[in-house]
Each structure stands twice: as C-alpha cells, then as structure tokens.
Design a protein around this ligand. Structure first.
Ligand code: ARG
Length: 459
C-alpha cells in the first residue's frame, strides 16, 4: 500500500530496505514535544488568519495535546512506515479528531517543520548546557575561594615553572568555561529566527502570519529567506562547535585530575563517589570519571566533523542528507551534558592536598625567576645578566642535590659578590605568589578580586 501522506502518485509501497534507510522515527521521536508545539502554533495561526475555521483549529490544538500526553505516557505507538515524528503525530491526530487533521499541513511543509522542531530542540539544549556550565563554574569558584592562597607549582611543558595559587589555577578553568558560556549564549541569540512558514522552499500563497508563529514559539523573528530557512543547519553546527571547544576544555581539566590524583603527584584526592576500584588490585582507586570525560571530546568533535561533511556541497534547499543532522547532535548533547555533570560532581567533591601542594610548589627551583627579579630590582642588574647568574646558582644547587634557599650566603656570593641576605625573602613560595600582583596575576589578592567579579557576573 502506498503512503497515506504522500502516496497519491505511487502505485507501490517502499521496499523494506528503503523504509529502513529512510525512516528517522527511531531517533526524531525525541523532538515530539517540539513538533507538537510547532503544530499547535501553526494551527492557531491558521485560524487567526482565517485559513482554517476556529473550530477546526481548536480540534487540532486539543487533539495535539492528547497526542503529546500519549507520547509522554508511553502509550503512543510509533510507526516506521510513517517515517518520522511529523507524520507519526499527524496520522495519530487524524485518528483522534478525524477530517480537520488534514488541514493542519496547509501552508507548511515537513522541510520548515523539521527545521523548526530541530531549532527548538537545539535551543533547549543550549539553555541546558548554559545552566550546566554555570553550575560547574560555581563549583570551581568554591574551590578557588577555599584555596585562594594555597600554593602549588605552576607548570609549562609539565615542568615546574613558577609557584601559583590553587585559587588561580581553578580560576583559569573558570575563564575557559566562561568563554564556553559566552559561545553558547551567542549561538542562541543568532539562531533565534523561526523557519516555520518557509514551507517547502519558496514560501506559500496562503496569507500566513509568520510573525505570529515566531512569537508563539519564542523566536525573535521569522527567518528572512525561505530557501535559507529550510536548508540552514548553522545553528546545529554552532552548537557542535561550541560543544567541541567546551568538551576540549573538560578534557584538559580531566587530564589534570588524572595526573594530580596519581601517587606520584598526590595533589588532589578524588572522592569515592567519582572513582572506581580494580577487580584484581585491592589498593586501586581509579579516576574513571575523569578519563571518560577526557575521552568525550572525541565523540563531540566527531559529531561536529560529521555534520560539516553532511552539509558541505549540498545544493539549496532541502535534501534528505540533512536528516543525518539529528543523531550527531543528540549524541553530542547527551555526552556533553553528562561530562559537565560529572565534572561538576568531581570538582565539588575533590579535596586538594594542601601540604603536598606546598612542598611541590617549592620543588624544581620554582622561585628561580624571583631570584633573577631580585637581582634586577636590588642590584640593578640587566635581566639577561640576572638570568645567567641565577642559572649558575640553580646549577650549583642541582649539583648538591639541594634547593635554592638551602644555598648559604657564601655560596651565593661565590657566584655574585653583591648578593646579600635579603635575597632569602624572595625565595619562599608564599612571597613569590604574593608578589605577582599584576592584573590577572596569581597573587591571592588578585585571585580574590576575580572570584568576586565572577560571583557578581553569575548573580
Ligand atoms: N525526517 C525528515 C528530516 O529529518 C523530515 C523532513 C522530510 N522532508 C522531506 N522533504 N522528505 O529531515
């Protein structure tokens, strides 16, 4: 039998393989609520413009609510033969209200319908991701506040560089996730134009009111070009782009947690709630959540690449290729949300090992730059010369297997005669971090300012 939605010109139904490759209901049923919201707005507009009668429109709007409750209640029977969520909903509406259901698709096409549904879905996700990012940022702010003046090594090349504060390190992630939040908000603002009423590709001859449906569905305006409206998936790509960068940030942080929780570092203790054990090694406590978060960026960025490849080279306007947009975005969104929630939980629960961080902060001649700066400031030495003198002192300490503060004044003076005892003040890690008060620097006073700024920003 031929299809009840478009079977007029068909003598035979589809091959089973055709049905299998064509149907999207298996995944686009996730857009049921959006589809029904879009159809209810469309029905109201059809009545307001006199295109359908008020009684037909109210039958549609009521019936659509019944369909929604069936779907939400799990009693709805999805049909693969009906291809997608749009036709499943419409067919069921016909069962419930009869003939008026056949007028719902006036002045509309599945092309603008799917673009509208998907935009509504992505818009909800953008809001959910923004919310999750805010929660993660708050958890990081709490860590930063607790350890605003705790010292730890700062690294470049994963080699000890200069002491920093725990608060400063946490706040670096706040900046990163803050930019993610900005990207998500930008994407939301840009995508908020309604495709509904673009119809198949050219608009419609019915006197529809696109302003009305746009407003009804929470869009800022109807999209301005009907060809673009049905062939645009930039909103999905912007979501995936922002999600990819966010997942990359999560991955970097997860990598640090994996390193920091190792026996060699012991910078943090992850909670039991976000760790797993080993079935053979009784002592093991593994950072599995962090490892999985580290890996998620592969899926999310994979989705981004996949949809870029689907879209490249598509002629205007709609092509069925575009049906491949949804699974990628659904998977990326699900996994990003999971990773954000897991990271928030880990950050909330983790305990920085303050004494260990402090010992580590002083290792690796971390205050060598402070010593060089002292030579410049107190002895008025050009920085390049100071760098050289300090390098010699580091070599001496390294040869003796001690740290810079362990060299006595005679040792120091053997390298440069004018060095005096006040040099020892700058070799301590707390003095070191406290001195770095330049804007954006690691000094606790600056870190606390940034915490306050972020708290105000988040409200
Ligand atoms: N299931 C389709 C999709 O996800 C809906 C649009 C179908 N339009 C069409 N002309 N066949 O893209």
């Amino acid at each position: 039998t031929s299809n009840q939605m478009w079977g007029g010109r068909f003598a035979a139904g589809p091959d089973a393989i055709m049905e299998a490759i064509n149907a999207s209901i298996g995944f686009d049923k996730r857009m049921a609520a959006q589809d029904i919201a879009g159809s209810r707005a469309h029905a109201a507009m059809l009545a307001a413009t006199g295109i359908v009668s008020d009684s037909d429109a109210s039958a549609m709007r009521e019936g659509l609510l019944t369909v929604l409750s069936e779907i939400e209640g799990g009693t709805f029977e999805f049909s693969t033969a009906l291809e997608d969520i749009h036709m499943n909903v419409e067919a069921r509406l016909k069962d419930i209200i009869g003939a008026p259901a056949g007028r719902l698709h006036t002045g509309r096409s599945r092309n603008d319908q799917v673009a509208t549904d998907f935009k509504l879905w992505v818009r909800d996700q953008l809001d959910a991701v923004a919310h999750a990012l805010e929660a993660l940022i708050r958890a990081l702010l709490t860590q930063a506040e607790t350890g605003a003046d705790w010292v730890m090594p700062g690294f470049t090349h994963l080699q000890v560089a200069q002491p920093v504060t725990w608060g400063h390190h946490m706040m670096a992630y706040v900046e990163m996730f803050g930019r993610d939040l900005g990207r998500i908000r930008d994407a939301r603002a840009r995508m908020n134009e309604c495709p509904l009423g673009a119809a198949a590709l050219a608009g419609t001859s019915f006197p529809i009111d696109r302003e009305m449906t746009a407003r009804e569905l929470g869009f800022d305006a109807p999209s301005a070009n009907s060809l673009d409206a049905v062939s645009d998936r930039d909103f999905a790509l912007e979501f995936l782009g922002a999600a990819s960068i966010c997942a990359m940030h999560l991955s970097r942080m997860a990598e640090e947690l994996v390193i920091w929780s190792s026996a060699q570092f012991r910078f943090v203790m992850l909670s039991d709630r976000f760790s797993t054990g080993s079935s053979i090694m009784p002592q093991k406590k593994n950072p599995d959540a962090a490892e999985l978060i580290r890996a998620k960026v592969g899926r999310v960025f994979g989705a981004n690449v996949a949809l870029m490849m689907v879209m490249k080279g598509l002629p205007l306007a709609y092509s069925k290729d575009m049906q491949e947009d949804k699974e990628q975005v659904f998977d990326a969104a699900d996994n990003l949300m999971l990773a954000l929630a897991a990271m928030e939980g880990m950050v909330k629960d983790m305990a920085a090992n303050r004494p260990n961080l402090e010992v580590a902060a002083a290792s690796g001649f971390s205050t060598a730059t402070d010593l060089a700066d002292w030579l410049v400031r107190v002895l008025d030495m050009p920085f390049r010369d100071a760098h050289h003198v300090t390098g010699s002192l580091v070599a001496m300490a390294e040869a003796r297997g001690c740290d810079l503060p362990d060299l006595n004044l005679e040792d120091m003076q053997s390298v440069h005669g004018e060095i005096n005892a006040s040099v020892y003040d700058v070799l301590g890690v707390h003095n070191s971090v406290a001195s770095r008060q330049s804007y954006g620097g690691t000094a606790p006073v600056r870190v606390r300012e940034q915490i306050a700024r972020w708290k105000e920003k988040l409200g």
